[in-house]
Each structure stands twice: as C-alpha cells, then as structure tokens.
Design a protein around this ligand. Structure first.
Ligand code: F6P
Length: 438
C-alpha cells in the first residue's frame, strides 16, 4: 500500500451468516472461492479525503461450492427503491430465474413500492414472483414492483422479513437505499436472525462509489444522444439556433459527459463538477455569442445539477434526503433570451428535457447482459450466506463490496482527468473555464 493510503487498511471483508456447509445444487459450474481476490488500484479519495493510489483486494463474485442455505427451504424477497433506471426489471428477472431454476428456492416475494411494501399500514401486500410472472418483464422499462423514496424503520422491515420467513433480501437502489440496507442488516444481526441482505446498486446518475458503471447508464446515454441529435437538428434549422438539452445528474455529470463524447455536435456541456460563470471573460454567454456569430448554431447539454452556483439554494430536500435543485435550464433559457435581445441579435432557443424518457426506457443489449450477471451474482452471494454487501462490476470484474464502502461518498467526474479533457476537446468550450468560487 502506498503512503497516501488511509492509515487503517481498507476492510473489504464480507460478513457471513455462518459457515457454508451444504453442497451447491448447481449442476455445471466452475466454482469461485472466498480466497480468490481481485486487486484493484483505487484513488484514496474513494475512501476518505486524500490523494494517491491505494490497493484493495475484493472478493470475487460467483457461485460457491458450498452454500449456507438449504435451497429448497429458503425464501427470497426483492425490493426496488428510488428513481427508475433502465434494467430494473432485468435484475428482478435474473434474480427470480437464478433462484428458481438453479437453486430451486422455496419462493421469491416481490415487495411493492419500495420499502413502504414492508409496512402493513401502507397497504401494498407482496406478490409472489415466479419464472412465469417475470418471463417478459425485461421488455418493459421501470420496475414491475413499483418503487418509492424515503426510509422506513429498520425494525419494521426486520419484523416483516421474519414474519414472512424470508432468508435473503435483495435490495435494488441508490446511495440512500444502500444506507437503508446497511441499517436493516444491523437490525437483523442485532436480533441474531439469519437473513442475508444483498444490495444491487442502481442509479441513472452513475454516481455510486466503487461501481465503475452502474446498470442502465449505457442505455441512458444512448437515449440521451437521440435528444441531443434532435436539438442539433433544430439548432441548424434556424438562424442562430440554440438547442438546450437537460439530462439527469444531480451531483455528477456522467450522462452529460458521455453523451457529449458520443455526439460531436455538443458545443457546451455543463455539469455540477464544473461551476461556470455566465458573463465576463470566461462566461458562457459571451462565448455562445461568439459561437453563433461564427457558426450560426449551438448545442448546450446541461446536467440538472450544473450551475447551482448561479441559483439560490432552494433549501428543500426530497423524500430520499437529496437537495431539491434550482432549475438551471429555466434560468439559462431566460438569461440566453435576455442576453441576445439586449444585443438585438436574432436567435431561436429550443429547450428539450428528455430526463424521464431517458430513465424509463427498457435496457439496451449491453445493460441486459450486465443486469443478468448482477442478478445471478447477487443470488450466488446470498445462497453462500453472505450479507451486508453489494454486487459490483469494478474495472471489469464482478466483485463483492461491503455496504459501508459503497456509501462512503458519491462518485463524481474528475475534471482533472484525461476523460474530462477529451470531453472539452470534443465541445471546444475552452473559453468557458471553471468559475473559481473562492
Ligand atoms: O435516481 C437519481 C435521479 O434520476 C436523479 O438524477 C434525479 O434528480 C432524480 O432521480 C429525480 O427523481 P424523481 O423525480 O423520481 O424524484
């Protein structure tokens, strides 16, 4: 480990419910062992403040030769939480198919509308998930189970799991959900109950720590490019046409950046990690004016969390505890209109907001494959008696991560990276440099 690494070694151990003694029923299989590790070089900032490279050894995902649960007796439950994301149904389907067809579990319950489904007073009874009931769900976006935001009492959730005799809970959700999963696991272990809690990290924003690319992101980028292409078509169809496209990305601009790299027509990409000024030498508006005078059209892609330095703090929070953002595109539209009107410069502004279209479509082929692996690995881990962990694809390898590590921080674009430099080279927005808030 290098000197800049956190003082304490990074703990990558995965808790277990007990020794795995039962031979796996999987018929084929090359089994993996807990001793098999993937060494990954990470930036120390992925753990705590600091810089420099760190190495951490993560347990490899995959089926184990000996499992903890008696597969014919154990029951599983699946819950989906937070905002939608392409691939949710694929993960549900993969878990159900793996659990039924390969481990022959006693049953799989679908928990309705997120964590609310555990609490009787909400009135969302669980549904039985079978290979038949999930057979076609991957054709559709969204989640067949429904979702909701916001925490519920871990005690109530543990009670519900015990009452339903569930041995494995699969929690599909984002940062807040993974924190909730951690609290549920704590409650379960306090009770000495033998219930495995396995997370499958989900976020359209791609901002989960130690998940190289979250499922659904590839689909989201593909869908975003359609909107950007339309914005470009509109922009070139009018004198001084400006296409303004908003994509999701509350605290990180991964969708905006990746879609920009995919489509060379983007002239400005605005992301939360790159605060900018509107006016002045390095301001967006003078640069846009110059661009229009030279080229007569422009496309601006904006992640929803960009430019918050220019807006008043709403002070509000959503049910998940995330800050409610100011509407940057409404603000920019007004500023652009006023700026060019003041200069008597004819222009046309077309604003396109494909946010919810992007995240509600079915997964594309790459994401389907990815979701299939995530679902299968989640079941292998649970059957082996692992708990308090998530399944992640980290630098190309499927691994088990302790829940604590994925919730340490939110992943952000590194604007000092070669990746971001490539984004800026693609847009050519060199005149708009980060606004230094200090
Ligand atoms: O799940 C993340 C996310 O897609 C953010 O990008 C976005 O700000 C938020 O969810 C919006 O979700 P909703 O409108 O469902 O609360």
């Amino acid at each position: 480990m290098s000197e800049q690494c956190p003082k304490a070694p990074i703990n990558t151990d995965i808790p277990v419910l007990g020794p795995a003694k039962i031979p796996s029923p999987l018929p084929y299989c090359r089994f993996d062992t807990d001793a098999k590790r993937v060494r990954v070089e990470l930036d120390a900032s992925e753990f705590e403040s600091g810089t420099g490279a760190c190495f951490a050894d993560f347990e490899v995902a995959g089926p184990r030769e000996r499992i903890y649960f008696d597969s014919s007796k154990v029951k599983a439950a699946i819950v989906t939480c937070g905002g939608l994301c392409p691939g949710l149904n694929d993960v549900i389907r993969a878990i159900v198919m793996e659990a039924h067809h390969n481990y022959h579990v006693a049953g799989v319950l679908g928990i309705r509308f997120g964590l609310q489904g555990f609490v009787d007073s909400y009135g969302h009874p669980p549904v039985e998930l079978t290979p038949e009931s999930v057979a076609d769900i991957h054709q559709f976006g969204g989640t067949m189970l429904g979702s909701s935001r916001g925490p519920q009492r871990p005690e109530d959730i543990a009670d519900a799991l015990e009452r339903a005799n569930v041995g494995m809970l699969f929690v599909i959700g984002g940062d807040g959900t993974m924190k909730a999963a951690r609290r549920i696991q704590e409650e379960i272990s306090k009770r000495g109950a033998k219930i495995s809690i396995i997370g499958v990290p989900k976020t359209i924003d791609n901002d989960i720590n130690l998940v190289t690319q979250s499922f659904g992101f590839d689909t989201a980028v593909e869908k975003a490019t359609e909107a950007i292409r339309s914005a470009h078509t509109e922009a070139i169809g009018a004198l001084n046409g400006v296409g303004l496209v908003k994509v999701m990305g509350r605290e990180s601009g991964f969708i905006a950046a990746q879609a920009t790299l995919a489509l060379k027509e983007v002239n400005y990409v605005l992301v939360p990690e790159y605060p900018f000024a509107l006016t002045g030498e390095h301001g967006l508006l003078p640069s846009l004016e110059q661009r229009l005078r030279e080229r007569k059209h422009a496309v601006i892609v904006v992640a929803e969390g960009a430019g918050q330095n220019l807006l008043p703090d709403t002070g509000a929070r959503d049910a998940s505890g995330n800050p409610v953002l100011g509407d940057i595109c409404q603000f920019l539209s007004g500023e652009i209109e006023a700026y060019f009107k003041a200069r008597d410069m004819p222009h046309t502004l077309k604003f396109i907001d494909p946010s919810y279209i992007i995240r509600s479509v079915p997964a594309n082929a790459n994401d389907r494959v990815y979701c299939g692996f995530l679902g299968q690995h989640a079941v292998h881990a649970a059957m082996a008696g692992k708990t308090g962990m998530v399944v992640s694809k980290l630098y190309g390898r499927y691994v088990h991560l302790p829940l604590d590590l994925v919730t340490l921080r939110r992943k952000k674009l590194n604007i000092a990276s070669d990746y971001w430099r490539a984004v800026l080279e693609s847009t050519g927005q060199h005149a708009v440099t980060p606004f230094n808030e200090d």
